[in-house]
Design a protein around this ligand. Structure first.
Ligand SMILES: NC(=O)c1ccc[n+]([C@@H]2O[C@H](COP(=O)([O-])OP(=O)(O)OC[C@H]3O[C@@H](n4cnc5c(N)ncnc54)[C@H](OP(=O)(O)O)[C@@H]3O)[C@@H](O)[C@H]2O)c1
Length: 324
């Protein structure tokens, strides 16, 4: 392994200097920072009576998000790709957690997951789009590039299917776990004419492209929710030691875990921004923002481009029309 390879792996996951903080006025300052944990940012909150749906709860940031939201009193509907993984995760937390099956690359599964959630509740206070994948090799599903489908389109469909439940909550929040890795997307942004992945494979670009899509989806959702009781925000969790590098060559995964244990965020810290954006009373009515270390951050221009966001919504709608 050489220095260039190490830096490249870091960049895939969004290591890098913070962008200038700006925009998103009306967000009060807070005492939280990169060392704050999900328990810290929710310490005085009572989420009793609230329902949260979190995707990808069997491990990593999603597990910690579920654990802490349930600890604070929320009923968490936690998704996993197998019944066994979901049951084990939900059974291991204190509080109320109910497993749901969800495979984001299978739109029938997304529809079934939304139906299961609707059978349990008619109101969702917090909907966290957390699940995500980082692949090592080019893969397609439904003729589309796999990162785009799993990380973006599956969540686009899930959120749209559950929007009436989010709107039924007094102040529903949709929270999309994007990444600072959106900076690794192609310079001209979403590849509308090449969503099949018909471009030379570079996992950094493809992962970044899907994370740019996460941010743009959240932005356009915020515009569409304007004037309602619900909000939509996205975030970068930090670079967090999780299973996210599991599909990379074994030495890169091992390096990530080793370096991570020394220098990167723990999952307790990695879930802090998600839990902050999902629950903080400071963020009542705040929508269309992007956060990192529990503070608003200004993403790259492409992720603030309202036209790109609208077009992505229209194209995503077209690609999922039969399931919406
Ligand atoms: N870790 C970081 O440094 C970092 C940095 C920036 C952003 N993020 C983002 O944070 C989120 C959580 O990642 P993590 O670091 O906690 O990774 P992780 O430990 O690998 O967890 C990912 C979760 O997503 C689920 N998932 C993967 N593919 C799926 C699919 N096709 N359908 C449904 N669920 C699927 C996984 O389920 P299985 O276990 O069954 O595969 C798992 O529950 C992701 O969106 C990631 O892009 C992470």
């Amino acid at each position: 392994m050489n220095r260039r390879e190490i830096l490249k792996l870091g960049a895939v996951l969004g290591v890098g200097p913070s962008l200038a903080r700006a925009e998103c006025e009306n967000v009060p300052n807070n005492v939280f920072d990169a060392d704050s944990t999900a328990e810290d940012v929710t310490r005085d909150l009572d989420l009793s009576g609230k329902t949260a749906l979190v995707t990808g709860v069997n491990t990593g940031i999603g597990y910690e998000t579920m654990r802490v939201l349930a600890q604070r009193g929320a009923h968490v509907l936690g998704t996993a790709r197998s019944a066994e993984k979901g049951r084990l995760a939900c059974d291991s937390v204190s509080g109320q957690a109910t497993p749901l099956l969800l495979e984001l690359s299978d739109f029938d599964s997304v529809v079934a997951c939304a139906s299961s959630a609707k059978a349990i509740t008619d109101s969702i206070d917090i909907l966290v789009c957390n699940a995500g994948v980082l692949l090592n090799e080019f893969q397609q599903v439904r003729g589309l590039e796999m990162h785009f489908v799993v990380n973006h389109l599956g969540h686009f469909l899930l959120v749209n299917r559950l929007l009436s439940e989010v709107l039924a909550a007094p102040a529903g929040r949709v929270v999309v776990v994007a990444s600072r890795a959106h900076r690794s997307a192609p310079a001209d942004g979403i590849q509308f004419n090449r969503l099949d992945g018909g471009w030379p494979y570079d996992r950094q670009e493809f992962y970044g492209h899907s994370k740019l899509a996460n941010g743009l989806f959240s932005l356009e959702l915020a515009r569409r929710l304007d004037g309602t009781s619900a909000t939509s925000n996205s975030l970068h969790p930090g670079v967090v030691v999780t299973d996210i590098a599991r599909n990379l060559p074994a030495w890169q995964d091992a390096l990530f875990r080793f370096a991570g244990s020394l220098f990167l965020k723990s999952v307790e810290e990695g879930a802090a921004t998600t839990c902050y954006v999902a629950t903080s009373p400071d963020l009542e009515g705040v929508s269309g923002c992007y956060f990192s270390d529990c503070k608003p951050e200004t993403p790259e221009p492409n992720m603030r481009d309202p036209e790109m966001a609208r077009r992505l919504w229209d194209v995503s709608e077209e690609l999922t029309r039969a399931y919406l």
